[in-house]
Every structure is written in structure tokens, then in C-alpha cells.
Write a protein that binds this ligand. Structure first.
Ligand SMILES: CCCCCCCCCCCCCCCCCCCCCC(=O)SCCNC(=O)CCNC(=O)[C@H](O)C(C)(C)COP(=O)(O)OP(=O)(O)OC[C@H]1O[C@@H](n2cnc3c(N)ncnc32)[C@H](O)[C@@H]1OP(=O)(O)O
Ligand SMILES: Cc1cc2nc3c(=O)[nH]c(=O)nc-3n(C[C@H](O)[C@H](O)[C@H](O)COP(=O)(O)OP(=O)(O)OC[C@H]3O[C@@H](n4cnc5c(N)ncnc54)[C@H](O)[C@@H]3O)c2cc1C
Length: 673
């Protein structure tokens, strides 16, 4: 490695050797991940445009920015990017996504919700007239909006929201109001300082009757001066665990009037005389949440993948401890315990990536049906997206933290890039539906499916396994076949669903109200929902690998990872699998041995498997995850750029330490120490 400061850098020999020894061609796997060479080429092209742009070059590392600097820089960059994309005629959604990914990586930006939720919600829930009036101005950033639902007192329980929208037929307006302190809107992204409009979730009152939560387009700030409008009080909620380029805000409305046309009326309506027209399904207005939940699975997979790139590359160049006295220190990646920490997470990142694609494609197909008026699949989509969002965000958050700790002390420094990835993604466990609550929604669906099985009714394909014969003998033999692993997961999920359902039924039979019975079984119900999601992820991974049209060596590497994901999940949930009696303890021995063999199988490919995600160094923004492996140089440079080092002797020395010494010298110090 070149010494620090020479500027000339060679690739770290350990990481170079890893790449030479990989058993498959990285580019082939990259092409498979991103749907072919053309998409990969396009992705790199888009990211290069972003990274070459002088406006994107940061004057100081992310870690050294104040919150105000972070917000301003992020806003400036994002608006610049939008203009660039317009100038360059970039309209394809993938192109835009990849461009943005390289713009401000893992930094939540001040207009994200405008494009992510505000515009899509108008497009999906607005009438043709509303779309005409609002969508183009929104795309031109004449109006900038967000999605305002959560209140101080209620986030999870949407039906409990207190903000009101009362129709006044005389003026053809809704009066929107914040009647209590707990009704104050709190948390919506970009609300505090950036937006001038929002989609407001409020209880609709018309003709004296409450019709439940509905969505309204609500102006908040003057479109020219950006001053908050009379009757509107709003601001930023202050610094958070992460998300600090995002001005999550609060909002209070004081009998503020908006025109009738501002209620999103594609599915439900209030006519001029105040007559309320119901939607075909009251949960249609929850559609924007379902959309984001489906996309969160992919988002968390990318965060976990980046954390794996950093920690695996670092583990390849980090040497620690002589294995035999006087011998060389080993690469920490050669320690089996390090492999056991990291390789299952690499497998998980791949598993979530494929699951994310599958959920997204389910979402797109079912959304088309819903738009055409066929609402039959809404419950399936809701159960799948809610559960998968929870399952994957929990898994990714926990996994990123393991990646951080696997980097030892340097993982704790913001220089590692890992805290940034973690704090940016861990709120996915909370936003868009708190995870336990989402699991309970999936469980509710599974419960209904179990009742259908009891009645001998046919189940939708996605859950048809729930009617499997639970007394079937295990198929597990020493070759640990993929098909058998899927069966094991289905067996576990079906048994846990039946067990939880039986608990609910027992409580009902003992005289409990169904809601109480459900609560008394809710922990077990979430176990069932978790197991259901786990089987889905395993099944998607197995199907993807089995059907993959790739060369044999890449397929072999991916198959090893797939087995590792499935076997590791069994090891981590052994209690449930053993209680299942699908495996006996001899078969658990087979799986334990298999796990250790899989670790050794992955070892030579580990760096190549993370390289295949194809993350640019600037996207990783990590001293430890550099492609060239020159981590000590990067850490040294990072330390030197700390603002505390701008002066050799700080003013605080003169203010506090020096007087203390002088005082001590003249008073209480003994003459001899
Ligand atoms: C930078 C941004 C980039 C943008 C992205 C760019 C895109 C692309 C890039 C990638 C992006 C990723 C990263 C993003 C970063 C995001 C930033 C943060 C955004 C955060 C936004 C938020 O954070 S925004 C607030 C979300 N806040 C919730 O999420 C509340 C949860 N709370 C509930 O959602 C309800 O409160 C709850 C519990 C269901 C009960 O609802 P409830 O009380 O009304 O209903 P009940 O429980 O009585 O249920 C009655 C029956 O309705 C059924 N049902 C319920 N929901 C249903 C539904 N949706 N569809 C069908 N059916 C449904 C249920 O299953 C029952 O069915 P059954 O009767 O048959 O059993
Ligand atoms: C970074 C970030 C960005 C956000 N962005 C937005 C946004 O743009 N727009 C917006 O409207 N909101 C936003 N939110 C708010 C977010 O959607 C809510 O925080 C979320 O829906 C959870 O609601 P809550 O905070 O009320 O949690 P609570 O519901 O109070 O949860 C607290 C605990 O209670 C438990 N609990 C609650 N209800 C039940 C139940 N029925 N059964 C069992 N357990 C239960 C939960 O599991 C959890 O452990 C954001 C939040 C964050 C952190």
C-alpha cells in the first residue's frame, strides 16, 4: 500500500488476491442482480453523471456537517439533480432511481416525500380534474408536498386520528382543524420547512356525521413568499437519531378553509349538498402506505447489501492475531466466527433483494387490478406487503449492526459509513406502520386463512401451503435439497399458524370476546406471521436460483448462498423447527455440519459476492469499504480532516486547562509528587 500522503495508491494485496481467487465472474452476477448488462451499463452511466458533477462534490465529509449544513446541501443537490435530469431528458424511472442513489447516498432528502408519496397519492387517489390541476404544478415544483398523517397522539391507529375536516355546504369548503394538542401532526417528512402543500389525513365530517379518515390536499405556505398561511402553524421537530437532512415537521391548523375540490375524490366523494359517497372498500385510502411498504423491502436490502460490502471487504484486508507463534497475522475473514457473522448476512441481502423484487411485482400486478375495479386481491397484497416490510426491516437493521460490530473499533467511527446506513434505515421498522403492528395485520390474514382451511375452502396460491399435511415425514437428507428446505419452512409456518389460531379459538370458547382472544394470542400470532414471511423469502430465493438463466459457476455460488440463507434461518430458530418435529436431532446434526461446510464454500467467493452489488466507493462513503482496500490511509486522512484538528492548541485549553494548572501551581499542589 502507498504510504499516506503520497497520493499514489496501489490495491491492497489481500483484497486483490481475493478477487483473483473467486470462483465465478463477478460481472455475470452483477448482470443477474440488475436485470441484464444493458441495465448495468445504464446504472453505471447514470451514477457516473451524478458523481462527476462538480455540484455533487462535498467540501467536507458527511460526518462533519451540522444539521443546517446537511439540510441545505441536500436540498441544493436534490434540486440541482432534478434540473439536470430534466436537461438531459432522463425520464425512465430506473434511470432516475440510479441517478438519485449516487446523489446523496443514505441521506434522506428534503423533497423525497414529494416524489415518493405526494405525487403518487394524487395520481392514484385524485379525480381526473384533480390530477389536471395538481400533478403538473407538482412535477414542476410549483407546489411541493408531503404526506401528513401521523399525530402526536396517534401514529399506528389511523382511525383514532383527531384532525377534522368538516364540510360547509354554504361555502363549498372543508374546515380543517386541530382540535387538541394530541391532534398536532408530528413526524411527516419535509413538512417543517420545505413543503408548501400536503396530503392531509383527517376525519371527514359531513351532514353532522363522521365518515372516518380521508385525504385532502391542503395548502400550507404562500406559493410565492413561502410564509406559512394564516391559520397554519408548522415547523421542524428537531434533530433525530438519523434522517437529519429531512425536516420532519409538526403542524397545527386553526379552522383553516380549503375548497371542496381539495378532497381526493377518486374513490370516496362529498357532493355539493354534503352527501357522502362511500368507496368500494374503506381501506383504499390506505393505498399509499401499501405502495411504500412494498418498496421498503428493496430499500432495506440495499442498505444491508452496502453494510455487507463494507464489512466483508474490511475483513479481507484487516489482519489480526498470529495464528501460530511468530507466523503472519490472519485475515479476520479467515476466522470461522467472523464468517458466521457475515456470510449469512450476505445471503440475507441477496434474499431480501429477490423478495423485494417479488413483492414489488405483486404490488404492480395487483394495483392494476385494483385500478380496474377488482378489489379481490387487496387483502393478500396488504398482508404480504405489511409482513414483508416488517420482517425485512427488522432483519436488515439487526444485520447492519452485526456488520458494524464485526469491524471492531473502526466500525464505531462514522468513518466506517455503517452508522449512517444504520440510522437511515432503522426507522423503516417504525414508519409506514410499526413492525409489530404490521406483523399482526399479516397474522390476522393468516388466521382467516386457517379458518378457511378448517372449512375446507380453497386458499389463494400465496398461502396454499397452509393446508399441507403436518404429519408428513421430513425429506431432509445429507444433500440438504432446496425443495426440502422450502417444505421445512412451510411446515413451520403452517404449524405456528394452526397453533396460534387454536389459541384464539380456545379463548373464544372460554367466553372471551374475539378482540380480547386475539390480543391474548397476539405474540404467538406474530410468530406465525414471521414464519410465514420467512417461508416466502426462502421460497422466492429458491425459485429465483432454480430458474436463473446464468452460467454454471455463478449459479453454483448463488445456490450456495441460497442454502446458507435457509439453513442459517433454521439454526437461528431451532426451537421452533424442533418443536415442529419435521426434523429430528440427527437431521439437525446434518444441518449444523452443512452450515459449517457452507461457510467454507462461501469463503473464496466472499469478496466477489459483495463486489457484485456494484456499489461505487462514493455511494458507500466508507473508509473501511473502499474497493482498493486502502483503509488505513483513508482512516488517517479522515482523522486529519476532523474540525477539532484545525488548530493545534484549542481555545478551550487556554480557557479551562491552563488556568486550572496555574491555579494549582499557586495553591494546593504539593511541592513534591
Ligand atoms: C425520502 C422519501 C422517499 C420516498 C420513497 C420513494 C419510493 C421508492 C424508493 C424506495 C422507498 C423506500 C424508502 C422510503 C423512505 C420513506 C420515508 C418515510 C416515509 C414514512 C411515511 C409514513 O410513515 S406515513 C404514515 C404511516 N402510518 C402507518 O402506516 C399507520 C399504520 N396503521 C395502519 O395502517 C392501520 O391503522 C392498521 C394498523 C392497518 C389498522 O387499520 P384499521 O384500524 O383501519 O383497520 P382494522 O385493523 O380494523 O382492519 C379492518 C380490515 O381492514 C384490513 N386492512 C387494513 N389495512 C388495509 C390495507 N392497507 N389494505 C387492505 N386491507 C387493509 C384489515 O386487514 C382488516 O381486514 P379483516 O377485517 O378482513 O381482518
Ligand atoms: C423517520 C420517520 C419518518 C416518518 N415520516 C412520516 C411521514 O412522512 N408521514 C407521517 O404521517 N408519518 C411519518 N412518520 C410517523 C410514523 O409513521 C409513525 O411513527 C408510525 O406509524 C408508528 O406510529 P407511532 O409512532 O404512533 O407508534 P405507536 O403506535 O405509539 O407504537 C409504540 C409501541 O406500541 C405498540 N403498539 C401500538 N399499537 C399497537 C397495537 N394495536 N397492537 C400491538 N402493539 C401496538 C407498537 O408495536 C410499538 O411497540 C415517520 C416516523 C419516522 C420515525
Amino acid at each position: 500500500m502507498a504510504s499516506a500522503g503520497t497520493g499514489k495508491m496501489t490495491v491492497n494485496p489481500d483484497i486483490a488476491k481475493e478477487r483473483r481467487n473467486a470462483g465465478f465472474h463477478v460481472e455475470n452476477l452483477t448482470n443477474f442482480i440488475y436485470h441484464g448488462p444493458e441495465r448495468v451499463r445504464r446504472r453505471r452511466y447514470m451514477q457516473n453523471i451524478a458523481l462527476q458533477d462538480p455540484v455533487m462534490k462535498d467540501s467536507k465529509p458527511w460526518a462533519f456537517r451540522t444539521r443546517e449544513e446537511e439540510y441545505e446541501l441536500s436540498l441544493r443537490k436534490q434540486l440541482h439533480v432534478l434540473q439536470r435530469q430534466k436537461d438531459l431528458g432522463i425520464t425512465d424511472e430506473f434511470d432516475k432511481f440510479y441517478y438519485n442513489e449516487a446523489t446523496a447516498p443514505n441521506e434522506n432528502n428534503p423533497v423525497g416525500l414529494h416524489f415518493g408519496m405526494f405525487i403518487p397519492t394524487i395520481e392514484k387517489h385524485g379525480t381526473e380534474e384533480q390530477k389536471k390541476k395538481f400533478v403538473q404544478p407538482a412535477k414542476d415544483l410549483k407546489i411541493i408536498g408531503t404526506y401528513v398523517q401521523t399525530e402526536l397522539g396517534h401514529g399506528t391507529f389511523i382511525r383514532g386520528l383527531e384532525t377534522t375536516a368538516t364540510f360547509d355546504p354554504k361555502t363549498q369548503e372543508f374546515i380543517v382543524d386541530t382540535p387538541t394538542l394530541s391532534a398536532t401532526k408530528y413526524w411527516p417528512g419535509n413538512l417543517g420547512k420545505t413543503v408548501n402543500y400536503c396530503i392531509l389525513m383527517a376525519q371527514l365530517y359531513s351532514q353532522g356525521k363522521c365518515q372516518g379518515p380521508h385525504m385532502f390536499l391542503c395548502p400550507l405556505r404562500d406559493l410565492t413568499t413561502h410564509q406559512s398561511l394564516p391559520g397554519v402553524e408548522l415547523g421542524d421537530i428537531g434533530p433525530k437519531f438519523g434522517f437529519n437532512a429531512n425536516d420532519n415537521g409538526y403542524l397545527r391548523l386553526n379552522n383553516f378553509r380549503i375548497p371542496r375540490i381539495n378532497m381526493l375524490m377518486r374513490y370516496s366523494k362529498v357532493l355539493e349538498d354534503g352527501t357522502y359517497v362511500k368507496p368500494a372498500n374503506s381501506k383504499l385510502s390506505y393505498g399509499s402506505m401499501v405502495m411504500i411498504r412494498a418498496s421498503i423491502v428493496g430499500a432495506v436490502s440495499r442498505a444491508l447489501a452496502q453494510a455487507c460490502v463494507i464489512s466483508v471487504r474490511y475483513s479481507a484486508v484487516r489482519r489480526q492475531t498470529e495464528v501460530s507463534p511468530g507466523g503472519p497475522e490472519a485475515q479476520i475473514l479467515d476466522y470461522q466466527t467472523q464468517q458466521y457473522k457475515l456470510f449469512p448476512l450476505v445471503a440475507t441481502a441477496y434474499a431480501y433483494h429477490f423478495a423485494g423484487q417479488a413483492v414489488q411485482s405483486n404490488f404492480l400486478n395487483i394495483s392494476k387490478e385494483i385500478e380496474a375495479g377488482n378489489l379481490q386481491q387487496m387483502p393478500v397484497l396488504h398482508a404480504l406487503s405489511a409482513g414483508l416490510k416488517a420482517f425485512s426491516s427488522w432483519g436488515a437493521s439487526a444485520g447492519i449492526e452485526v456488520c458494524r460490530m464485526s469491524c471492531g473499533g473502526h466500525g464505531y467511527s462514522l468513518a466506517s459509513g455503517l452508522p449512517k446506513i444504520y440510522t437511515n434505515i432503522t426507522p423503516a421498522c417504525t414508519y409506514e406502520g410499526e413492525n409489530s403492528v404490521m406483523m399482526l395485520q399479516t397474522a390476522r390474514y393468516l388466521f382467516e386463512c386457517a379458518m378457511m382451511v378448517q372449512k375446507g375452502q380453497r386458499l389463494p396460491d400465496l398461502v396454499s401451503y397452509l393446508s399441507m399435511d403436518l404429519s408428513a415425514k421430513s425429506c431432509m437428507t445429507s444433500d440438504v435439497a432446496l425443495g426440502c428446505l422450502v417444505k421445512a419452512y412451510q411446515h413451520r409456518a403452517a404449524r405456528l399458524t394452526n397453533a396460534a389460531t387454536a389459541v384464539v379459538q380456545r379463548h373464544i370458547n372460554e367466553g372471551q370476546k374475539p378482540t380480547d382472544a386475539f390480543n391474548m394470542a397476539s405474540t404467538q400470532l406474530t410468530w406465525a406471521a414471521r414464519a410465514h414471511c420467512h417461508q416466502y423469502v426462502v421460497k422466492v430465493f429458491v425459485t429465483t436460483v432454480t430458474e436463473a438463466n446464468i452460467d454454471d459457476r455463478t449459479k453454483a455460488a448463488l445456490t450456495t448462498l441460497c442454502k446458507m440463507y435457509a439453513v442459517n434461518g433454521i439454526m437461528e430458530n431451532l426451537g421452533e423447527f424442533l418443536q415442529d418435529q419435521f426434523f429430528n436431532t440427527d437431521q439437525v446434526d446434518i444441518l449444523t455440519r452443512k452450515m459449517m461446510t457452507l461457510l467454507a464454500d462461501v469463503r473464496p467467493d466472499a469478496v466477489a459476492l459483495v463486489d457484485a452489488f456494484d456499489y461505487h466507493d462514493k455511494v458507500l462513503d466508507s473508509c473501511l469499504g473502499r474497493y482498493d482496500g486502502n483503509v488505513y490511509y483513508a482512516l488517517y486522512e479522515y482523522a486529519k480532516s476532523s474540525p477539532l484538528n484545525e488548530k493545534d492548541v484549542l481555545d478551550s485549553f487556554h480557557k479551562y486547562i491552563k488556568p486550572l494548572r496555574e491555579g494549582q501551581a499557586t495553591s494546593s499542589l504539593p511541592s513534591r509528587l
